[in-house]
Design a binder for this molecule. Structure first.
Ligand code: C2E
Ligand code: CA
Ligand code: CA
Length: 431
């Protein structure tokens, strides 16, 4: 093998950083040294975000230019003895020989400060956030491959917790194994179409009339809640298939109801990956055409925290949906730390107050003030307010008193299967 073959085989072509092979060799070497000198070493797995979204929104040329600048910045902050590496498209790692707990945390802190500055790509400022996972030899892992896996699992945990840095814990290896199993089963369930949908009524508080249905995915066959499988779908990219399945199935159901003379507006949850995908609108419009649902009222629900994670890109995507006539609902409002500056730019038609502020409202004066303030704010911006998690009549009465527009919750109706809904509608709402 010539020298140049060697260089290509050990270094990433685009960024010039060490590749996975070279990193693994270096880790193995450093582990040998650490064993001999009873020292420790650390690996930081670095996931910059929202890289894939930038790629799909702005194109691969911009993505590549950003990767190169990212690598340059990484090189400029580390010591000579450290090895920065590119593992895959948007995953990086940093090997720190002779590093201990505190030293590694300091490096992470330094990195996150350095990456607060925007990147300049062709005159446009792009911001990247970091999720970093740390694993340390010999505390957490005994081999090069364990160290790499541990750091990656820790970085995923950081992402899930919306924290910048997370240190590997033994229990995470088990959790990662369970998620992998769930991923395989969920993929099969989506392909075979064995998930189900439920629809939860939303009523106008003043009139008591049905004004919408929230579409909620169910995995009845496995008795696994969406609170468990949706995060796995989001973390693995399966959410795109799940969302497509959910959209088509709920639009098919809407067509059946329409044929029976009912127009029930649908609110559909999408995750931020779907929102930033260029195909979302065309997918929905294809099924709207196929099921002859032109003009059918549809609302896209997206959580406040996911909008804020990618504020500028997400706001643009929401604007495009709004232009096409979709309603936009900001879900779990109050838990996602939006700044008021963003609120004024949000092309939303409604705010959905998180159930943690609604359930038990009667005994919580602080939450009552909060709900009143959100109602005033939303109305000021021309948005409606939906309260979710309404479980008692006292809550509904207070919401009415505070001027909240729409209510959803077990007190009104739990999520129902499609074929149960007409029965509920006939007995409850129309009289
Ligand atoms: P979410 O969007 O906030 O949905 C409302 C959740 O509150 C649902 O839980 C619903 O069953 C539950 N709920 C309704 N009324 C009450 C009540 O009065 N009290 C209480 N305590 N809870 C109530 P579910 O169905 O378990 O869904 C959990 C989350 O999973 C959803 O939260 C949503 O974020 C996600 N999800 C569900 N289906 C989908 C989907 O198809 N796509 C995506 N992206 N996310 C989904
Ligand atoms: Ca929702
Ligand atoms: Ca919610």
């Amino acid at each position: 093998m010539t020298d140049s073959d060697n260089t290509v085989a050990l270094y990433d072509r685009l960024t010039g950083l060490a590749n996975r092979t070279l990193l693994e060799e270096r880790i193995a070497h450093e582990i040998d040294l650490a064993k001999r000198h009873t020292t420790s070493l650390a690996l930081i797995h670095i996931d910059p975000f929202p890289f894939s979204e930038i790629n799909s929104a702005l194109g691969f040329a911009v993505g590549d230019a950003l990767l190169v600048q990212f690598a340059e910045r990484l090189k400029s902050v580390v010591r000579k003895v450290d090895t920065p590496a590119r593992l895959t498209g948007d995953e990086f790692a940093l090997l720190l020989p002779e590093a201990e707990h505190e030293g590694v945390l300091n490096v992470c802190h330094k990195l996150s400060r350095w990456f607060e500055e925007p990147f300049d790509i062709g005159g446009e400022s792009l911001f990247l956030g970091l999720n970093m996972g740390i694993s340390i030899f010999p505390m957490h892992c005994a081999s090069a491959s364990d160290l790499m896996r541990g750091a990656m699992v820790a970085a995923n945990e950081a992402k899930k917790r919306k924290e910048t840095t997370f240190i590997f814990q033994g229990s995470m290896a088990r959790q990662a194994g369970e998620n992998l199993k769930l991923f395989g089963e969920l993929r099969r369930a989506i392909r075979k179409g064995t998930l189900n949908l439920n629809y939860q009524p939303q009523v106008n508080i003043e009139s008591g009339k049905l004004v919408g249905l929230e579409v909620l995915s169910r995995w009845q066959e496995m008795h696994i809640s969406p609170g468990r499988f949706i995060p796995v779908a989001e973390a693995t990219g399966l959410i795109r298939d799940l969302t497509r399945w959910m959209l088509e199935k709920s639009l098919a159901q809407a067509a059946e109801w329409k044929a029976a003379g009912h127009i029930f507006p649908l609110s559909m949850n999408v995750s931020v990956r779907d929102l930033l995908s260029p195909n979302l609108i065309s997918d929905i419009e294809r099924w709207v055409d196929a099921y002859e649902l032109e003009g059918y009222p549809l609302v896209i629900e997206v959580t406040e925290s996911s909008v804020m994670e990618h504020a500028r890109l997400a706001i643009k995507a929401l604007g495009r949906l709004r232009q096409r006539g979709f309603g936009i609902s900001i879900d779990d409002f109050g838990t996602g730390y939006s700044s008021l500056a963003y609120l004024k730019d949000l092309p939303a038609s409604e705010l959905k107050i998180d159930q943690s502020f609604v359930t038990g409202l009667a005994g919580q004066p602080g939450n009552q003030k909060l709900v009143k303030a959100v109602v005033a704010l939303a109305h000021e911006f021309g948005m409606k307010v939906v309260a979710e998690g309404v479980e008692r009549v006292e809550e509904l009465e207070l919401l009415h008193q505070f001027g909240c527009d729409i209510a959803q919750g077990y007190y009104i109706c739990e999520p129902l299967a499609g074929d149960e809904l007409l029965g509920w509608h006939q007995t409850t709402v129309s009289d």
